[in-house]
Design a binder for this molecule. Structure first.
Ligand code: ADP
Ligand code: SF4
Length: 694
């Protein structure tokens, strides 16, 4: 029967058809496309374990991230995969073995990044089609490749393909996407001003890509499928790859690869945050490819709905459902569809915290899936968790992301859980923030947890229950978890103003994001003061513009929303602010606010300035709502009498952070309850085998 547990809805059968890709066959249409993870060659065991969970969760193909093929394409400080020589094979063989153990195919995305590499580790000179500055602002230029360099590059690629095959890869990628690889750089007029056979006409600019595809086929095509990852549009005008030309390129190369993996460049246009693009947004840029080739086509679109997936296939847009983020948020997505458990899918919210792992060179983490990046080092699994180790009753106070995840995971372990929430609705900050412009999908953090909790008879939920310390003592649970969240400060305290701003205190013209979310909005000329540097100020500015306010985005930082570069939001925020007519005033701190005059000081010159405004919204810092926790600590002497063994404070109530931090804190609490006390370092680490041990 359709949708019943254990049975797949026949509507989704098409997703489970095998697809032939050159010499190999994938068991289904679920294709985990390459994605970075901040672990790469530096943490091969952690990397392999993370990929294994995807294979276990049903993905037919599991890919690496970008894989450096040569020291002249060294991506330091970013940590990606590496196949410089044979000594790099075992690390990737580890991944292949684990992926194969679950019947999935392994794919490697070979890449030489040319002028978009750094070579900070290898100290080699950067290479490019023509002389040009390095893309990422390193104070060095890439040199123009001569014909000998091109021949060498082709040799490196061939040899890396063979190494990939030896590691056990089933699919070897030629990479011409994201503005990150030489075959793409040769296509781009802005990077290729050559006058030889590799520059000028389209046929010439395509030459290298064609040759590398042929080389790869010759080197490994008897065993491995050759995939081409190709960007069809860069949205940069004639200097970049444009759709019309991309159509010609696909026409020229149509049958050469065994698989087309197509997307929009650069990364910020590919992994667009949900605030700026909906599910399936790339369709208009890639749908022509399927008609131009007989080879299978994979595309991405943050697909989490099986109906959308089926529609993409039935309408002939793509053959394989590509996913990076949906596979991170739910490595078990295919299996859940297969088992008729669509409601259990933990849908990606499009926040791009996963991307920030790569950007900050740290192991990948995910807002929705707290086990991401912890598979090997903590032994966490996205679906399984140890059964309870005692009959303890747990009281969770606060139903935001931290409290919900703690209650859910404790409930999954089998504990008797009681979740009390002061408001009439659950979700805490995600419920509140999801009402702001563009953030609707963030409510999925709440919805998935509520869905799971709803299936657990051992978790009871109480709304409209603002607990006091006395209530908690009277309740008498064995363990109490305080997850009561935080509030935005209204005194101006933040990174820049260590002593706050006296004029803000008890000033009726001063607002915080909490006021707005509570329905108290300013009017007229409003300054949004951002000393937080992430997404909130721009979302507030957008909401105020929607309400007809005249808005100035003011920040002591040298640009708006600087941290959002780590989540690929930054450019979209800049474009959105420009579109909305939000004025910007950067590099200015506040020195006072009298009546409607906001006094400013330039952070570098010290020059005084001012802005006239009817109100200021402060996005500076937050303070934990930990009064309940502190009150309970005060009454520690009474715990034993009340039957309470431990009281813990987690999430924003302990230290305000990202939603991802709150979910992680809730999950960690549940994992560690009744677990043996861990050692000082609470996770496994990689040690370099060449380093002598003292
Ligand atoms: P986090 O991100 O750490 O989960 P949130 O602010 O999202 O924090 O959620 C905290 C939740 O706790 C809010 O929904 C809030 O209404 C609730 N809360 C705060 N104080 C109490 C209390 N004393 N009793 C019950 N619930 C509370
Ligand atoms: Fe999706 Fe956010 Fe998780 Fe990335 S971190 S996979 S965007 S939910």
């Amino acid at each position: 029967m359709a949708g019943r547990y254990g049975m797949r809805d026949p509507r989704y059968d098409i997703l489970f058809e095998p697809v032939r890709i050159g010499p190999v066959t994938t068991k289904n249409r679920f294709f985990q496309v390459p994605h970075c993870n901040g672990m790469g060659h530096a943490m091969p065991l952690a990397h392999a374990a993370m990929r294994e969970v995807k294979a276990e969760g049903g993905w037919g193909v599991v890919s690496t991230e970008e894989c450096e093929i040569h020291p002249s394409s060294d991506l330091t400080p970013y940590v990606e995969a590496r196949l410089w020589d044979d000594r790099d094979i075992p690390a990737l063989a580890l991944m292949c073995d684990k992926v194969h153990a679950h019947g999935a195919l392994a794919a490697v995305e070979l890449s030489h990044n040319g002028p978009t590499a750094s070579n900070l580790y290898s100290r080699e000179v950067l290479l490019a089609p023509s002389h040009q500055p390095s893309k990422y602002g390193y104070p060095a230029q890439a040199r123009a490749m001569d014909l000998r360099d091109i021949a060498e590059y082709r040799r490196w690629h061939r040899e890396a393909a063979v190494r990939g095959m030896k590691a056990g890869m089933d699919i070897v990628y030629v990479y011409a996407a994201h503005d990150l690889s030489l075959p793409m750089h040769f296509l781009q007029r802005r990077r290729n001003q050559r006058s030889d056979a590799y520059g000028g006409s389209l046929e010439n600019r395509v030459r290298l890509l064609r040759e590398v595809l042929q080389d790869t086929r010759e080197a490994v095509g008897h065993r491995c499928a050759v995939a081409l990852r190709f960007a069809t549009e860069e949205l940069l005008g004639p200097g970049g790859v444009e759709l019309a030309e991309a159509q010609d390129i696909v026409g020229l190369l149509a049958e050469l690869p065994d698989l087309w993996d197509v997307n929009v460049a650069a990364w910020y246009n590919d992994s667009v945050p949900s605030r700026f693009a909906r599910e399936g947004a790339q369709e208009p840029f890639i749908d022509f490819v399927r008609k131009a080739t007989t080879k299978p086509v994979v595309g991405v679109g943050r697909f989490t709905s099986p109906d959308t997936m089926v529609s993409q296939i039935r309408r002939g847009v793509i053959d394989l459902i590509g996913a990076a983020r949906p596979s991170i948020a739910d490595p078990y997505l295919p299996r859940k569809i297969e088992e008729g458990r669509v409601d259990d899918i933990r849908e990606c919210i499009g926040c791009n915290i996963c991307v920030s792992g790569d950007m900050t060179i740290s192991p990948i983490r995910c807002t929705q899936n707290p086990s991401m990046g912890e598979e090997w080092r903590k032994g966490w699994h996205p679906e399984r968790i140890a059964a309870k180790a005692s009959e303890a009753r747990v009281l969770v106070v606060g139903g935001g992301p931290a409290g919900l995840e703690a209650a859910r995971a404790l409930g999954q372990r089998g504990y008797e859980v009681h979740l009390a929430e002061a408001r009439r609705e659950l979700g805490g900050r995600v419920t509140r923030e999801a009402r702001l412009p563009g953030l609707a999908e963030w409510a999925r953090v709440r919805d998935w947890r509520l869905g799971q909790i709803g299936k657990l008879a051992n978790v009871s939920t109480y709304l409209d229950s603002a607990l006091t310390a006395q209530d908690v003592l009277d309740f008498g649970a064995d363990h109490v978890v305080i997850a009561t969240g935080c509030q935005w400060r209204r005194d101006g305290f933040g990174r820049t103003h260590g002593l706050g701003v006296a004029d803000f205190v008890e000033n009726p013209r001063v607002f915080t994001p909490d006021d707005l979310m509570d329905g108290r909005w300013p009017e007229g000329r409003v300054v949004v003061y951002d000393d937080d540097y992430f997404y909130t100020a721009s979302v507030v500015a957008e909401a105020l513009r929607q309400r007809g306010c005249e808005v100035t985005y003011l920040t002591p930082d040298d640009t708006i929303a600087s941290w959002s570069a780590n989540t690929l939001d930054y450019r979209h925020i800049q474009w959105r602010m420009a579109e909305l007519g939000v004025a910007q005033c950067v590099s200015h701190m506040v020195t006072g606010y009298a009546d409607t005059t906001l006094a400013l000081k330039h952070v570098w010159s010290g020059a005084a300035a001012s802005l006239t405004c009817d109100a200021v919204v402060l996005v500076t810092a937050r303070l934990p709502d930990d009064a309940l926790y502190q009150a309970l600590r005060q009454r520690e002497a009474e715990w034993e009498g009340a039957g309470i063994r431990t009281v813990s404070c987690i999430g924003d109530a302990l230290a305000p952070g990202l939603i991802a931090h709150a979910v992680y804190a809730g999950h960690r609490y549940a994992q560690e309850l009744d677990a043996p006390k861990h050692e000082e370092v609470p996770f496994k680490r990689h040690f370099h085998h060449d380093t002598p041990v003292a």
